[in-house]
Design a protein around this ligand. Structure first.
Ligand SMILES: [Zn+2]
Length: 332
């Protein structure tokens, strides 16, 4: 694998978790509560406190978890269906049954555990809607419905919103309408500077779990995940130095999935062994880079704060890591 010669000693990194309380497929050996506990235990082990979990309320309230949704293989697919039903203003609550209520109760317990360990909840849109393919009215309804639910739980230090898929709107009108709504309602936008698609390893992990691990393939999967995570942070550090001219407070996006949960302790150890310093979201937000709102409209996939700066600087849009490798001569 290509590498970057970057010293991470003293780099400030805030950890954050999306798609709470559940993301992706699980494996039989672990309950959903086990997965959340792996997160909270790993954070405790490394002295990481007050982590923000970005909630999708549709996974918690029984009204929108239907028989059909329960049968879906992954929650990602389920969310798509919920998006469609919301667009059609189709009330799925008629599908409610006791088992569904049980699932939603279990998911609420996951939140209770997370909060009980000193972490916080924040808004990630009720339906995990993609702003680029949702109208403003429905997107705001998703934020409001989610906030109503979150406010039933103990309050976080900061009222935060994170855009699903990091998509901030495919037209200036849409983008500004949501930015205005968030500002008017005292939301801070939760930034991201590092996302290495931690969820992408889960599918292989689930497959291997079902087919039987060998010690080698599980280790190889973990090593690959850890290497990419470190490389991605190194890429973000190089990119920030080039694009912003200094070290910034970095914010890492993780997802509440099984493989990340089970590898998180090793991930945090790996970062620590490089001298990375963990900071809270409140500390991260003190960096002035996050006060700037960029006047760009991004089509296609969502872009994190550094990727958006690549666009502003007219750099090729093929990702922070490649930019970092090119600009430091690791690749031509
Ligand atoms: Zn998400």
């Amino acid at each position: 694998m290509k590498s970057l010669d970057v010293d991470l000693n003293g780099v400030a990194l805030c950890l954050s978790v999306d798609d709470v309380p559940v993301h992706g497929e699980s494996v039989p050996a672990y309950s959903r509560l086990d997965i959340v506990k792996h997160f909270t235990d790993s954070f405790s082990h490394h002295g990481v406190e007050g982590v923000y979990g970005f909630v999708n309320g549709a996974l918690i309230e029984p009204a929108l978890i239907t028989k059909t949704l329960r049968k879906m293989a992954t929650f990602k697919t389920a969310r798509k269906l919920v998006n469609v039903s919301a667009k059609l203003k189709f009330d799925l609550s008629c599908y409610m049954n006791p088992q569904i209520t049980e699932t939603s109760n279990q998911n609420q317990q996951l939140l209770q555990h997370w909060l009980g360990r000193g972490h916080y909840l924040a808004n990630h849109n009720y339906w995990h809607s993609d702003l680029n393919s949702t109208d403003v009215e429905l997107f705001i309804a998703g934020i409001e419905r989610n906030q109503k639910l979150i406010s039933k739980f103990p309050c976080a230090r900061t009222k935060l919103f994170r855009y699903p898929y990091l998509k901030e709107g495919n037209t200036a009108t849409k983008r500004d309408a949501i930015r205005d709504y968030l500002a008017d309602n005292n939301f801070k936008i939760a930034p991201v500077t590092v996302n290495f698609n931690d969820w992408a390893w889960n599918r292989t992990f689930v497959k291997l779990s079902k087919n039987g691990f060998t010690p080698t393939n599980r280790d190889a999967l973990e090593e690959n995940y850890l290497d990419i995570a470190v490389l991605s942070l190194q890429g973000a550090v190089v990119a920030a130095r080039k694009l912003v001219g200094r070290d910034v407070n970095h914010v890492l996006l993780l997802h509440m999935g099984a493989f990340t949960a089970l590898t998180l302790d090793k991930l945090l150890s790996r970062f620590k062994s490089h001298g990375v310093k963990f900071i809270t979201m409140e500390e991260a937000l003190q960096d002035s880079i996050f006060d700037e709102t960029l006047d760009i409209v991004v089509q296609g996939r969502g872009r994190n704060a550094l990727e958006q700066r690549l666009i502003v600087n007219n750099e090729p849009e093929n990702g922070v890591l490649l930019f970092a490798m090119r600009s430091s001569g690791a690749v031509s």
